[in-house]
Design a protein around this ligand. Sequence first.
Ligand code: SAM
Length: 354
Amino acid sequence: MDLTERCNLRCVMCYFSVTDRLRFPPFDRELADNGNMPLATFERIAETYFPRAWRVALGCAAEPLIHRDFAAIVRAAGRYRIPELWFPTNLLALNADKAEAIVAAGVHTVAVSVDGMRAETYEKIRVGGRFAQLLERLALLNEARRGSRTRLRFIFTWMRSNREDLQLLPAFAAEHGAAEIDVRFVTPTVGVDNAAELLSGEDPSALNDELAAAGEAAVARGIRLAYYPGFETPEDREENLAAIAKRALWRVRAGLYRWEYFDYELAKWRHGCAYPGRTYVIRPNGAVSPCIFWNEPPLALAPETPRAEVDRRLGAIREAIRCGEPQGSCAGCTVRGDAFYQPFRGDETRPLGD
Ligand SMILES: C[S@@+](CC[C@H](N)C(=O)[O-])C[C@H]1O[C@@H](n2cnc3c(N)ncnc32)[C@H](O)[C@@H]1O
C-alpha cells in the first residue's frame, strides 16, 4: 500500500522527477490535502486487511517515511504480527523515533533504495539526496535494529549512470549489514524522459557477465538475492549433472529457490494469474486494485467497501481470466501471471509501484 502520494526525492528515472505528487484514481477522492492517508483510515484498513495477511508493504510507489504519522502507523501495523511487514524507502527521512518504532513493530525488512555506492553516482541519480545523509541514516537504523529481527535489504536500480557501481554493491551491502539485495533494470516510465538511462540497447552478454560477477560476489559474502535478473542464457548451461547440481546449490545459497515462487506458479496455473484474490493494492485515497498493473478505475474504496464485496469483485476478475475473457486492465496485460517482474530488461513500461 501507499501511505502518501509524495516523495522527498526527484530521482532521474522515476515519475517523481516530473511531479511532486502522484494522483490515483478516482481523482476526485482525496482523504487529506497533504496527500497522506489519515491515520484513522489506515487503522480501519489494517483492521480489515491485516489479520490474515502474510506480507504487507507499507510503501509502494511513494516514500512512506515522510508520512507525518509514520511511527504511529508502523506501530499500529506491528500489532497484527504480519510475518513479512516491510517497505521500500530511500531512508533519508528516518529519525530516532521512526527507527525505534520500526524495530518495536517487528518490521521484517527495511528495503533501502541505494542506486549508487559512491556519492557522485548516488547524488546524480537520487536528485535531492545526499550520500553522507544516507550513511548517517543507515548507521541510525543499524544501531536501532541491532539484535532484532528487522533485516536490511538494498534495492539497486541498474542504469547507465550506475553501471559500474553494480560491482561495488556486494561489498557495500556487506559493510552496512544488508542481508539481501534486490537488483532490477531501470524501465521506461510514462511522462519521464529516462531513455538515456536504459540498458536495453546494450550488449546483453556483457550485461549478463556483469550481473553474474556481482551476483556471485554477493552470494560469496552470504548476501541473498531477494530479486535478481536472470543472467544465464540456455547456451550457457552445461548439461552435465555436476554443473546442474552446482548451479542448483548456488541458487539455494542465493535464496533464489523459494516456496513462494512455487505457490505463485501454482496460483498462476490454477487461475491464469497469481494476483487477483491474493494481492490488494491500496492507495492513499483508499482506492483498491488487484495489482500495480491495474490502470482502470479501482475496484473498490477502502475502508467503505466491505471486504467480502472486494473479494467478490476480485473473484470475478480471476474467473474472467480463467475463462479466457479477461476484463479491465487484464485484457491488455502483458505481464499476467508473472509473479515477480524482475526479469524486465528495460523494455516494459513501469507501473506505479515498487
Ligand atoms: C518509486 S520508489 C518508491 C519507494 C521509495 N521512495 C524508494 O526510493 O525506495 C521504489 C523503487 O522504484 C525504483 N525505481 C524508480 N524509477 C524506476 C524505473 N524507472 N525503473 C525501475 N525502477 C525504478 C526506485 O529506485 C526504488 O528502488
